[in-house]
Design a protein. Structure first.
Ligand code: B12
Ligand code: B12
Lengths: 482, 136, 482, 136
């Protein structure tokens, strides 16, 4: 296996493909040419890239839930409910955790037990086991675009089946679906496997079929500084574009400070446009994730957190927002709770759609800092790869130049300690080996020292822990309890 | 006080790493010898680690909802491996969805766990219980 | 009856007082000197002015519900619940509508029927009927300051009883509790009656007892432009200060556009400080009311509206925020629903407390316009009164120089038509006889024409109606349905 | 079409004026002759206005929760006044609190109202019903 950021030739793709389709029995039902025809017959309202393009044009913010259950009919019922009672604009199929780890055998078991117990024993929709026909049943039952949302390091078979099954959007990437979601899988391996996915989608593109790709922005969802997630989002966007992907949604998980969050969405868009300028005809959109860390258990408080995410998404004018539910802290939501989160979000997105958050003063300052940090990281990544982004990414993780806080992967240095400043913006308490300039380091340090003075304690890991618990306890900044 | 050894980890295909990291920190600070096998840990890894380190307790996390499937038969395997006396704690978001906690708790107590903790448990709770159960 | 903005001398006050206390049998239990001693023994945490002063100092935003039921024990239970389960910082006693219209006989009937039916048949707490002792039972059972919230044109007896009963804050004013709450009561009469209330509180102040006064900011709660409510708030503040009131909270009802709302709170504070400069030792605070117009019936959507109000209050740094509930559209909330609204609000106020909305660009522009409009109104009011504010107010209502949209009172000209502009800010579609400069008129007109072009229709009453329904239907701006 | 006359108002100590204003506008646009007695209207005012104007229907609003107390005996008073045939509609937030709508509706139907409307009713509903009930 040789990893280079170069578009795969078709021969190589087809060679690997044979192996991929053998990973589970349903693989043999995938017929690429037939699938392309199938997609060409889909009405535009079922094609993610088309629906996103309209939203982008109209500066609207679309809303999308997470949802998936074990059995097909129940899954359709769930999605129909979210469309109707939740006014979801875009639909997901969240994949169960066994499928994410390629444990199709256990997924099969989960399907059986779900049938027996009469409730979903899986935390998502096992699309591989249900196969192309199963996916198409879902696609055909619904009147909105469907996206696969998962967390799968090796997502090749899932991509083959789900896309042939009529899904028009595929989440993930070689970094974002590895480091937060795996322990022992090398970056090199997942970048390679995701080149396959991107090449597959590039192939569809070549045949005139639009499939949107969305790197998973929030990563571990826990105090991730914007420049860390931006760096990864842009790398994954570039790697996808190289394989021929044309329609890309870059994501970011809410931090909770309005200025930082708006600055993050604006700078993500601008930076990505700069970096992707070398590729033609890219349709770039953004997705904002409502708070991805620990939630309050109380539903009224959870509604507050959901609303704040919705408001921020609208003020930042993200193309879509991924919606949490009032059950978040406790468990996979009922369809009713899921629809509630959607309706709360819709109310705010509608109320705020014509309001702007103007790029002046603090906001400009924050954007500038995010831009600087991100560029310093990305430049070093390219340097480390001698100009090759894929190689550079692998080496950057080795060197801790790319590093994700709280990630389970052993391929991640894990040196970062993020903490909130006095206004709740996320700063680097320890920037590990991120290649930051003195100016950037000083900026971050000063912000945290300011908080330290306020709380009469040295910034430390205890501060980080307090921040992790804070939103769940009703605060943004984890001030010491008095 | 004599140092007690705990095996800590997140079972099954579960990758939720944050609570695990915080528990490690808090339990270590509380004076325990913590052997953290991390996320994505199969039943066997818990048992092997407990045997190797002569552990006094095993603390299992399951956040992602597959707790029922992943914990099946764990107590029996412990007994087979001669770990009859090792204390078993379980915590996290154990089942899929927001369900009645009493029922969930009883389900896992019946499966042989000594203590079972609801979502959102702070480290103080298991620390106090460990002190009691280990006679510290 | 002669109305002048001059502090009443004590003889006049005592003369009127004799009549007031005879309005209902419980009046005779009021002993002013004993009440002053009672207040002096209250712990600071039960004194509104003290608690507000701390919040002002700390730049915190306190939260307060509306709540009141017919019977004392149930009322105490309700307030205890809101304090404990809702984390309310400040407590209310919302008075029932019969008491508000001085129908103590019907209130008595309502108390009886409530006992019989086992549920509150009144929409609030009939404080007059419960008398001084009844009020003290409530005050003594709780550990936070209590405010009377009502809507009573002639609120003299209610003030005597409630304040002697240990309440430390009294809402209302001669305009704000007349025009939105009455049909046939003259401004002159209510200004006079409220001078009595203010003089009563001024008397307490002279004896060293702090009673806070809060003009009712939101008026009819329905598309009230900030300069209208600011003008009234400042007039009532000045009238109160003249009678010796020292602790004043000025209010404003959320419009829904973030920039306008923040600009409104900032400018309200600044303008009031300017106008009140002639009085010594005034402690001025602000209150932000979550959306006061029609609410969505769906609770998830209502949570969204509540959250947006909470977020705006925090970003504007109002001293307190009055909280709505998820039951708003349907009926007086259960205590559980009330506590939910509070918890949602607390979550946001906490999460946003260290965040600022910076006064640059659009915000400055908006503030400037509100200041101009308000000053143009207030200057004309003073002119009309030949320097006397009370006289000027009466004449200004006659002349339509003061005018409140959608008010039931026949003493209100009712010429105003407010409508939202394209960003959801409230503008004057028809400014009636408000004494605005060409610049102001042009500004308002242009904003609404811009919306008209966007919607391809002339700005008209239909636009206003659409705006009134909009939030209830999940939008801010009432765009024509397509 | 022959012009039908409606008496419109808000009963009791209730001052909610916005819905009343909108109903007036909508009913007038729909071709009715609307006699709006406004807010804070006692039962007698509705009856007097109906007699004076020879009204075909009376539309009562009650928003503030005292609908039960305020509407007691209204139908009887209408009959006494010889208004047996005048159609009676009632709408708004009729009772205190969020209560079961069916029960509330039946309560007021039993009190003699011909139609009863839940919170949030748009003007289109009573307009259609009036056309039906008045045979337009
Ligand atoms: C952050 C997060 C993620 C991150 C995790 C990043 C990482 N690698 O760590 C990401 C985004 C990657 C993620 C992915 C997924 N997640 Co997730 N995630 C969360 C979230 C929001 C916070 C978890 C967290 O970090 N909390 C903070 C820490 C400090 O608290 P904690 O984990 O609860 O641990 C504390 C206590 O529970 C206790 N405790 C834990 N274990 C034990 C054990 C013992 C013995 C004791 C005594 C105590 C104890 O002590 C800890 C410290 O106080 C929760 C919901 C929530 N809680 O708000 C969902 C949640 C856990 N996730 C969920 C799900 C379903 C998933 C996914 C399957 C799908 C998805 N929604 O994307 C994938 C699963 C991937 C996999 N294979 O595991 C569900 C589980 C549902 C259920 N049980 O019914 C939750 C509850 C969200 C929901 N309501 O749907 N997730
Ligand atoms: C604005 C408002 C006020 C303003 C009113 C200003 C004014 N003078 O008009 C102010 C702030 C002054 C106010 C005061 C009070 N209010 Co108020 N108010 C509201 C609010 C938020 C909106 C009402 C509104 O204007 N809606 C918009 C219009 C267009 O809709 P509408 O009034 O519902 O009318 C439509 C329909 O109902 C229908 N309809 C109405 N009548 C009829 C009749 C017929 C025959 C038909 C067919 C249809 C019909 O058609 C109308 C047009 O579509 C409602 C809650 C809500 N709906 O969100 C509470 C609400 C009505 N108020 C309430 C209360 C309790 C009060 C107060 C007692 C106390 C308080 N909370 O401050 C005082 C009462 C004063 C008094 N004596 O009446 C309660 C009533 C509770 C209950 N029934 O259980 C409500 C429901 C809020 C709540 N949940 O507590 N209020």
């Amino acid at each position: 296996m040789k990893l280079k950021n170069k578009r795969w030739n078709l021969d190589k793709f087809k060679e690997v493909r044979e192996e991929v389709l053998k990973q589970w029995s349903t693989g043999e039902d995938v017929d690429l040419e037939e699938a392309i025809e199938y997609h060409k017959d889909l009405p535009k309202k079922k094609v993610m890239a088309e629906v996103l393009a309209i939203a982008k044009e109209e500066k609207a913010t679309l809303i999308q839930p997470r949802a998936g259950v074990a059995l097909i009919d129940e899954h359709i019922e769930l999605l129909k409910f979210l469309r109707k009672e939740g006014q979801a604009d875009l639909l997901p199929s969240t994949i169960d955790s066994y499928t994410r780890q390629n444990n199709y055998q256990e997924a099969e078991q989960g399907i059986k037990e779900s049938r027996n117990e009469g409730r979903s024993m899986l935390n998502g929709f096992p699309a591989v086991n249900h196969g192309v026909d199963g996916c198409r049943k879902v696609v055909e039952a619904l009147d909105a675009p469907l996206q696969v949302r998962h967390g799968t390091p090796d997502a090749r078979l899932l991509a083959e089946i789900a896309i042939a099954g009529g899904f028009t959007d595929y989440e993930g990437g070689g970094i974002s679906y590895n480091i937060p979601y795996a322990k022992d899988v090398s970056i090199k391996q997942t970048l390679y496997d995701w080149q396959y996915v991107d090449r597959l989608i590039g192939y569809y593109e070549e045949q005139g079929v639009k499939i949107n790709r969305e790197p998973f922005g929030p990563l571990t969802g826990t105090l991730v500084p914007p420049s860390v997630s931006h760096s990864i989002a842009i790398i994954e966007g570039l790697l996808a574009a190289e394989q021929g992907v044309k329609s890309i949604t870059l994501g970011y998980g809410q931090c909770g400070n309005l200025v930082q969050d708006v600055a993050a969405i604006h700078s993500l868009k601008e930076l990505a446009e700069e970096y992707l300028a070398e590729y033609d005809d890219i349709m770039l959109t953004t997705v904002f994730h409502q708070w991805m860390g620990g939630f309050p258990q109380d539903e009224a408080q959870a509604f507050g957190v959901i609303s704040w995410g919705a408001a921020t998404a609208a003020l930042a004018n993200a193309t879509k927002v991924i919606v949490k539910t009032p059950h978040e802290a406790l468990g996979v939501p009922t369809k009713e709770a899921n629809a509630q989160g959607l309706r709360t979000t819709k109310q705010l997105v509608n109320m705020l759609k014509d309001q702007q958050f103007v790029a002046k003063g603090l906001l400009e300052e924050e954007k500038e800092m995010i831009r600087k940090e991100t560029k310093q990281i990305l430049n070093r990544v390219l340097e480390l790869g001698d100009g090759d982004l894929a190689q550079g990414t692998v080496r950057a993780f080795e060197a801790g130049v790319l590093d994700i806080p709280f990630a389970p992967s052993k391929y991640n240095a894990g040196n970062l300690l993020p903490a909130r400043d006095n206004n709740g913006a996320i700063r680097y308490l320890n920037h590990g080996n991120l290649p930051f300039s003195e100016e950037v380091i000083k900026f971050n340090k000063e912000r945290l020292e300011e908080r330290g003075r306020d709380e009469e304690r040295e910034p430390s890991f205890q501060m980080v822990i307090d921040d992790i618990y804070a939103i769940g306890k009703g605060m943004l900044v984890g001030k010491p309890r008095s | 006080m004599e140092e007690k050894t705990l095996v800590l980890g997140v079972i099954g295909s579960d990758v939720h790493a944050v609570g695990n990291r915080i528990l490690e920190e808090a339990l270590t600070k509380a004076g325990f010898n913590v052997v953290n096998i991390g996320v994505l840990a199969p039943q066997e890894d818990f048992i092997n680690a407990a045997i190797e380190t002569d552990a006094d307790a095993i603390l299992i996390s399951s956040l992602y909802g597959h707790g029922e499937l992943d914990c099946k038969g764990f107590k029996e395997k412990c007994i087979e491996a001669g770990l009859d006396n090792v204390i078993l704690y379980l915590g996290g978001n154990l089942v899929v969805g927001k369900q009645d906690w009493k029922k969930t708790k009883n389900k896992f107590l019946n499966m042989g766990f000594d203590r079972v903790y609801p979502p959102g448990t702070l480290p103080e709770a298991p620390i106090a219980d460990l002190k009691e159960d280990l006679g510290l």
